[in-house]
Design a binder for this molecule. Structure first.
Ligand SMILES: Nc1nc2c(ncn2[C@@H]2O[C@H](COP(=O)(O)OP(=O)(O)OP(=O)(O)O)[C@@H](O)[C@H]2O)c(=O)[nH]1
Ligand SMILES: [Mg+2]
Length: 472
């Protein structure tokens, strides 16, 4: 018979160990642990030293809310640090399920409380008595999703107390802080979610999975698993709700809103399934509004720059968030500015009088003028090319919103070229010194298309860093 050899450390003491042997063994183990800790400390100190001496690449992402800044960082991570990107997929599932649950609760609220609706159109219409009855039944069957929303909100916040709802996420919302701890209060629920910057929610979610002992008290792992079971059990009803009232709802809330949630609803059978694991596309679509300035340290995994750290500053883009930007201006190698071209016929959530494209262009001018950014590399991304294309194809006329475009073709490539030229001109006129501008037309939810843009951004930024440190 073969003896079983245990690899466990420290090894099990012999069963006939004397007190003296035990004391000697414990002392040896203590000494070994001390040596091991010293080695760990030395390795960490060496790593820190290396970090200090290496020129660090710092990139600041700017642009209005929902321009795609955070999505751009996900793209960067996917391309240059894929292992880290996929390691976070499970944490994103919680965000996606919260996106879904929150939107379904929002839909049910609108459908059953017509007067609180955000509608800019009269609510007529197709809501026959039969549909209304179906919706009432679905509302009852889907009521567990309110609890799911509360649990997932708590799970994502560092202290387990809840995810902040966005004060400007939906025109239907009144910004009440009370909803931070109770996402569902009977008022119109929020559809967007935001987490305070620096909360480290992804690490926290990973730790919860990895360790049974480190679970925070507020949320238990099995509670999270229960939410998946509830969502799975609700998937047929969610699909039925979307089929029954989807068209009417889009009429109510407008075709331009809640893209991310609609993407998940369109594929609810897959996303709500108990076996669901987010795909790359899902992660790029997941929406988490940035509040404050979030710092991301990405350690490159690709051959050429393996081990190099890039630091990204991802800012919240809504107007109330912009005052925080300036303190990051004097210390970055590059600015990536995102202008969502599809905003030409939309208004800012935070100020319904202001056209989104006009706001983007004004913001761009301010950023170009900044003296603190004089030596930074400037990269302009004209984003959401896919949405621009779809809008123009559906017959919406760009010239109806931008009078200086009158008489030109209503085609996405022409519009994109026009905006690109305008923004290059603004940059040329307003830069404190002559500076090259790198402009790209992008669709940040299409990783295959983004690859060449990402490589170009990396090369552009690296050349700037090397010039700054006089290595070129
Ligand atoms: N269709 C489409 N959606 C996009 C594109 N870029 C970003 N999105 C989506 O737009 C939503 C907003 O993107 P974010 O990256 O969160 O926007 P942000 O600029 O970080 O917004 P704030 O954090 O509020 O300042 C997300 O759901 C993205 O998936 C794009 O090119 N096309
Ligand atoms: Mg963001």
């Amino acid at each position: 018979m073969r003896a079983t050899v245990s690899n466990a450390w420290p090894p099990e003491p012999p069963s006939n160990e004397t007190e003296a042997q035990k004391a000697t063994r414990l002392e040896a183990e203590r000494a070994a642990k001390e040596i091991s800790d010293d080695i760990d400390k030395a390795i960490e100190a060496e790593r820190q030293e290396l970090r200090r001496n290496k020129p660090q690449t710092k990139v600041l992402l700017l642009g209005q809310a929902e321009s795609g800044k955070s999505t751009m960082i996900k793209n960067f991570q996917l391309y240059f640090c894929p292992a880290a990107f996929f390691a976070e997929a499970e944490a994103w599932r919680t965000v996606i399920h919260l996106n879904l649950a929150r939107f379904v609760n929002f839909l049910l609220h609108i459908l059953t409380n017509p007067r609180s609706s955000s509608s800019r159109r009269p609510r007529t219409s197709t809501t026959t008595a039969e549909v209304a009855r179906d919706v009432r039944i679905l509302q009852m069957r889907l009521s567990p999703l309110k609890q799911v929303e509360i649990i997932l909100s708590r799970a994502l916040s560092p202290d387990g107390t809840g995810v902040a709802t966005s004060p400007v996420s939906s025109p239907t919302l009144s910004p009440t802080d009370s909803r931070v701890n109770a996402p569902w209060t009977g008022e119109v629920p929020a559809t967007e979610i935001s987490i305070r910057s620096g909360s480290g929610w992804k690490n926290m979610m990973r730790r919860r999975r990895g360790s049974q002992t480190q679970r925070p008290v507020m949320i238990q792992l099995d509670e999270l698993d229960d939410t998946r079971k509830v969502i799975d059990a609700c998937k047929e009803d969610i699909a039925a709700l979307w089929k029954t009232a989807g068209a009417e709802i889009i009429g109510e809330i407008g075709i331009d809103t809640h893209h991310h949630a609609r993407y998940f609803l369109d594929d609810v059978q897959r996303v709500a399934d108990i076996e669901y694991f987010p795909t790359t596309d899902d992660i790029l679509r997941a929406r988490l509004r940035t509040v404050g300035v979030e710092e991301y340290r990405l350690t490159m995994e690709t051959a050429a720059e393996k081990g190099n750290d890039w630091l990204f500053y991802d800012v919240g883009g809504s107007r109330s968030q912009r005052t925080a930007w300036a303190s990051y201006f004097d210390d970055v190698n590059a600015v990536v500015f995102l202008c969502p071209m599809s905003g030409f016929n939309q208004r800012l959530e935070e100020d319904r009088k202001v056209n989104r494209l006009a706001d983007s262009l004004a913001l761009w001018e301010q950023v170009c003028k900044s003296r603190l950014l004089t030596n930074a590399t400037f990269i302009l991304l004209l984003n959401k090319a896919d949405v621009l294309f779809a809008k123009l194809k559906s017959g919406i006329q760009f010239e109806d919103y931008v009078s200086s475009y009158r008489g030109r073709p209503n085609k996405a490539e022409n519009v994109a070229e026009y905006l690109r030229d305008q923004m290059i001109r603004t940059h040329r006129i307003h830069s404190p010194k002559k500076r090259h501008l790198h402009a790209h037309i992008t669709c940040a939810v299409e990783p295959k298309i983004m690859a060449t843009v990402l490589i170009s951004i990396r090369d552009t930024v690296l050349v700037n860093v090397l010039q700054e440190t006089s290595l070129l």
